[in-house]
Design a protein around this ligand. Structure first.
Ligand code: FAD
Length: 324
């Protein structure tokens, strides 16, 4: 059986996660350097419709894995199934997006497979000995090139560095489904506790309004929500102090110890631009920064720099956008 490039694809509410579409692009580049068939794997309740979408729209061969007890993401359940399945598939490369899910699953899966684990791959190169993955270290100050020495490798693809795989190019792939034995669980999935804020997840958001300590007080987060509400597929995120102080839950934190995001538009409000924050939003498309300090480091990352008091400027911005 030929060795395969497998992409573990995330979906949310029936939509393929943009970060997974980037992982598919990375897989396609890897295929050019190290020829092998690509297979997308989906798991859980949306597995079959997502596999069909991958095959029909992205031309990928896709395998939907279904099992009793497999609903949403669970490291425990997925790790009970994936090692055996990936062995059967002769997976040489296992790619997934470096989302919070990928960062949870990837290293544990690599340990089970006795495989190399390459986190945060943002580029792909090759020399005479084969593919090399490029990743940032020290918050983006240095680049590291890594070649796996093991028989298989798990690669976490950093969002924001590969173009999302385009739908509609090329012939359709083949979707298949595989029923596996029920997963013995030590935990049960309960309905998710109410979302603390409406809108998209950070992984899915096309527009992120990010709040920093410069907002002054948590009540001013309502300005961020009003601004975000003007855009479809938007979310409000925060810097670490904002989450440390309980203004937002940690799952909305952007940065090295939070989420890595790649929205089309990132509006940084009252954020200084510390390297630990910037490492999480460097993959954003257009960056707008609002800060009252013209020397703020965030302006080094911004395409549009607004030197203003964010609490006074944001209502005016919202009013102007509403008037468009
Ligand atoms: P501040 O640094 O306090 O900056 C506030 C900014 O708001 C300033 O630039 C100020 O000029 C501006 N401002 C003040 N008032 C106004 C106003 N009225 N209008 C407009 N602008 C105003 N940070 C993260 O964000 N994410 C991480 O994942 C993360 N991980 C870390 C991991 C480690 C190991 C360490 C050591 C630190 C980490 N940090 C992280 C913290 C990071 O170093 C910074 O302390 C943090 O990002 C600063 O947050 P901030 O920009 O909101 O606040």
């Amino acid at each position: 059986m030929p060795q395969r490039i497998v992409v573990i694809v995330e979906s949310h509410s029936g939509r393929i996660a943009p970060a997974s579409l980037e992982a598919i692009t990375c897989a396609a580049r890897l295929q050019e350097l190290s020829p092998a068939p690509i297979l997308g794997i989906t798991l859980g309740q949306d597995a079959w419709p997502t596999a069909q979408l991958l095959a029909a729209e992205h031309g990928l061969d896709a395998l939907a894995v279904e099992a009793e007890g497999l609903v949403g993401y669970s490291a425990e359940a997925w790790l009970a199934l994936l090692p055996e399945l990936l062995g059967q598939l002769a997976a040489r490369w296992v790619l997934m997006a470096a989302t919070s899910q990928g960062q949870d699953l990837g290293p544990a899966l690599a340990a089970r497979l006795n495989a190399a684990c390459i986190g945060g791959a943002r580029g792909l190169e090759a020399d005479e000995d084969g593919p090399l993955f490029v990743r940032e270290v020290h918050g983006g100050k240095l680049l590291q090139r890594l070649r796996p020495l093991s028989a298989s490798a798990v690669v976490l693809v950093q969002p924001g560095f590969f173009a999302p795989h385009l739908a509609g190019a090329g012939p359709a792939g083949q979707a298949t489904r595989q029923r596996m034995a029920a997963v013995a669980r030590r935990t049960a999935d309960l309905p998710a506790a109410g979302q603390s804020q409406a809108g998209a997840s950070l992984a899915d958001a096309e527009v992120i309004v990010a709040a920093g300590r410069g907002l002054g007080k948590p009540e001013n987060l309502s300005l961020m929500r009003d601004l975000a509400a003007l855009f479809p597929r938007s979310a409000v995120a925060g810097s670490r102090p904002v989450c440390d102080d309980g203004w937002l839950e940690y799952r909305w934190q952007v940065g090295v110890t939070g989420q890595t995001v790649s929205p089309k538009l990132y509006i940084a409000c009252g954020i200084s631009g510390a390297s630990q924050h910037v490492a999480g939003m460097r993959g954003a498309g257009l960056v707008v920064a609002i800060n009252n300090d013209p020397q703020a480091a965030i302006f080094n990352e911004a395409d549009v720099c607004v030197v203003e008091d964010v609490v006074q400027f944001t209502p005016a911005l919202i009013a102007s956008l509403r008037a468009l």
